[in-house]
Every structure is written in structure tokens, then in C-alpha cells.
Write a protein that binds this ligand. Structure first.
Ligand code: V47
Length: 412
């Protein structure tokens, strides 16, 4: 199984210079095979008949549907749901769990949008807004990093050329780093301020050195929620269209779901199914990241979703998104403990060292701004899995074999 995954990463996701090939075969759902010992009739007894039905569907290689997704969210058999999701994860990746030595950069928090849920963005008139110079951005990076993840506010004065220059100068100074930058919200904004097409924005960014796009800005694909919480931000159709264009141009992307606020379970399931459908139409999603809403100062809800809901969301994502390879347990928003539990609930990735996270921390996320490589290795091992270091395109840097000397084992 480990070799199967390694082969996928090596031959499917990229070639030498990040030449990602978004072909339908890269990310096709792996057909389920009836395996003795799977949960369900032949394996762990499932207390919930709805989960048993889902297990039988998976055994037959049938796709799960909307009703299955809703039923899985409503199950009281958390352990059964987790074991189903973990089986699906293990079929793809065995015991392996990915992480990356990365750094997040948020060039500015000045933003012309006014999303109700966002504690990070500041209005241009707010004197507390900041804007990093390109030298300050470069000063935050170092050669050992394998990924830089850039998400910005929509600055009221910066021109498109400035955002391009950020990418160009990072590429020049750090030729080996993979650059994952700009959400669909920013790509849409660049096209508008520069009065050019999304294709032109993306090809200019590609020429400057962009490797992939992060999954932010999707929030929840629900017009009802958009009207309530982010009415001036692009909606589902535009977000999905921009990712489709990126995929067709050979730029792989990620996807997110912001959950744990006013959305319903049905809206979460609809969101997941729209992503699955989008991947069928224009393949190129590398990873899905459920983002647990950090309550912050927004006043939208009193408390966060909680660990049971977090684990269910990871597990249902793994079960429904059968054509998107990686599911991230993002420790920044889940907390380290829930994220490491998530590695037995269908997640195969923990994101990375991050180093300086601003969006969740502006919303009062508990926990550190960054995490050491040794701690990630220990958390993954603590969950009984094998850590594998990767870059933004899931090229493997190093596998941390069990019990090998000098491989960074630290007690969790
Ligand atoms: O787009 C904003 C969300 C996103 C809050 O692609 C909040 O690999 C929780 O997209 N509570 C940015 N979330 C983060 C993001 C991301 C993170 C890690 C990995 C990847 C990836 C992408 O955070 C925003 C927005 O959807 N967000 N405010 C909040 N209070």
C-alpha cells in the first residue's frame, strides 16, 4: 500500500519542475474491494444500521450519496465511523501520514471585504492594519522550508504587479521552495483590479513561480450562509469555476470547508458533494481541509464545534470525497490533540510547521503559532502512523521509518 501511494505521488502529481499534470487518472476514486475484515458484516460490528449500510456500499464499491453523508454525521457510533474512514484512508496510504516544513505568510491584513466571521481582516481605515514589504516577506523564509503558504487580505492600494512581484522574488531567492499562494477570492480580486481574465492572472502567476493554490475562501457552499456571513465575497459557483480553470491550466489546488458556525449538516454534505463533482469535471484537487471555526470576537456562535463534531467532519469528508486524495487534520484549528486523533478518523495529513499563523490566532485560536518538526513526528507516531515529509505537491522528502535512529522521535 505504501508503494502504491509513493508511485501515485511520483508519477501522477508532478514532474521535475512542479510540472503537475492534471489528468483524470491522477485522482480517480480507487474502487473499493470487498476486503475480509472491513467494518460491517465481516469486520468490526457497527452499532448503527445506517453505518452498516454505508459499510456495505463501500464494500461493493458504490459511491456514497447525500443521505449517506447526512446519516454518517448523525451517527452515535463514533468509533464505527472512525474505523470506516480509517479503512478508506489506509487503502490509499497505508499507515503513512504526511506533513510539510512550511511557513504561512500573510502579506497584509488590510482587506476591502467585510466578512462577519473574520477577525483577521482590518478595514483600510483601521490604523492597526499592517502591510509587509517584500524584503520582510523574504526575511521570514529560509532554505530548509519546503512550502510557503501565502494568503493575503485584498489590499485597497496594492496593484496586481505587486502580488506578482511577491511570487517572483520568493522564487528567485528560494528556488527549491514550493509556493502555494492566493485563494480563489484573491485570484478573482486580481482579475477585477487588473481588468484581465482569470486565465491571464493565473498564467502570469505561473510564470512568476506559483506552484499551487491553497483551499481558502470556499467557506460553505450555501447562498443562505453567504448572505449572512460573507455577502461581498465570491460565492460557490465562482470559487469552483476558478479552481476548475486552475486545474485545466495544470495548477493543483486545495479545498476547504469552514464549519461550526451557522451552517447545517445538510449544507456541509452539499459542500462536500459539490467538491466531489467538481473534481470529476476538472481534476486537480490535492487536499481537502475542514476548517473548524474559531469563535473569536465575531459573536456568531458561543463555542466551537467540539472534538466529536471535528472527528465526524474529518471522517465524513474521507468517506464522501473518494476522488480527492488527501484529507488534512489541520492542527492550528483543531488543536494538537484532536488533530492527532483525526489521524485515525480518515485524515492522512497534518499540514505543517506553519510558524506564524495569523488568521485563526486573530480569532483567539488556542495553541502555539507554530510547531516543531519533531513535535509533528511525535504526534503522528503517537497516533500509530508513519510520518512522511512532503512538499506542497506531495513530493516525498523523507519517510520517518519506525525505530530508525536519529529520526526525530520525541515523546508526545
Ligand atoms: O479562507 C477565517 C478561514 C481560511 C476563520 O490549502 C477561519 O493547505 C476558522 O484556507 N476560524 C484560511 N477559519 C486558512 C486556509 C487554509 C489553512 C490551512 C491549509 C490550507 C491549504 C488552507 O481560514 C480562510 C477562511 O475560510 N477562516 N476566519 C475563523 N475565525
Amino acid at each position: 500500500m505504501a508503494n502504491q501511494k509513493t508511485d501515485r505521488a511520483d508519477d501522477g502529481v508532478h514532474s521535475a519542475s512542479t510540472g503537475f499534470q492534471a489528468t483524470p487518472t491522477n485522482f480517480r476514486a480507487i474502487p473499493a474491494v470487498a476486503t475480509p475484515g472491513r467494518p460491517g458484516r465481516a469486520g468490526i460490528p457497527l452499532a448503527d444500521p445506517a453505518l452498516d449500510r454505508i459499510a456495505r456500499k463501500l464494500d461493493r464499491g458504490d459511491r456514497l450519496d447525500f443521505a449517506d453523508g447526512v446519516a454518517a454525521f448523525h451517527t452515535n457510533d463514533l468509533a464505527g465511523l472512525g474505523s470506516l474512514a480509517d479503512r478508506e484512508k489506509s487503502r490509499r496510504f497505508g499507515d503513512e501520514v504526511y506533513f510539510v516544513l512550511n511557513r504561512q505568510i500573510n502579506p497584509t491584513n488590510a482587506c476591502v471585504l467585510d466578512c462577519r466571521f473574520c477577525d483577521y481582516a482590518k478595514r483600510p481605515s483601521d490604523v492597526t492594519h499592517y502591510a509587509l514589504t517584500i524584503d520582510e516577506i523574504l526575511g521570514r523564509l529560509s532554505p530548509e522550508l519546503r512550502e510557503v503558504h501565502i494568503v493575503s487580505g485584498l489590499h485597497h492600494e496594492w496593484r496586481f504587479a505587486h502580488y506578482v512581484e511577491i511570487i517572483r522574488q520568493i522564487r528567485r531567492a528560494f528556488p527549491d521552495i514550493t509556493i502555494k499562494a492566493w485563494t480563489a477570492v484573491e485570484i478573482d480580486f486580481f482579475a477585477k483590479i487588473e481588468k484581465i481574465s482569470v486565465e491571464e492572472v493565473l498564467s502570469t502567476m505561473q510564470d512568476a513561480g506559483l506552484d499551487s493554490m491553497p483551499g481558502g475562501g470556499a467557506e460553505v457552499f450555501s447562498e443562505r450562509v453567504r448572505q449572512e456571513l460573507f455577502r461581498h465575497k465570491i460565492g460557490a459557483d465562482r470559487w469552483l469555476a476558478i479552481h476548475g480553470i486552475a486545474h485545466r491550466m495544470g495548477i493543483p489546488t486545495n479545498a476547504t470547508l469552514l464549519y461550526g458556525h451557522i451552517e447545517t449538516i445538510e449544507e456541509r454534505v452539499t459542500h462536500l458533494l459539490r467538491l466531489r463533482e467538481a473534481e470529476e469535471t476538472a481534476p486537480g484537487f490535492l487536499a481537502f481541509i475542514p476548517l473548524a471555526f474559531q469563535v473569536g470576537h465575531s459573536g456568531i456562535v458561543e463555542r466551537p464545534a467540539g472534538a466529536v463534531d471535528d472527528l465526524k467532519t474529518l471522517a465524513v469528508s474521507r468517506l464522501l470525497l473518494d476522488n480527492i486524495p488527501h484529507i488534512k487534520a489541520y492542527w492550528v484549528m483543531l488543536g494538537e490533540e484532536t488533530a492527532s486523533l483525526g489521524l485515525n478518523f480518515g485524515a492522512d495529513d497534518m499540514d505543517g510547521t506553519v510558524q506564524e499563523e495569523k488568521i485563526a490566532h486573530a480569532a483567539l485560536a488556542a495553541g502555539p503559532l507554530g510547531i516543531a518538526r519533531e513535535r509533528l513526528v511525535a504526534l503522528i507516531r503517537g497516533a500509530g502512523k508513519v510520518p512522511v515529509e512532503r512538499d506542497a505537491l506531495y513530493r516525498i522528502i523523507r519517510r520517518y521509518e519506525r525505530d530508525a535512529p536519529g529520526n526525530g522521535m520525541v515523546r508526545p
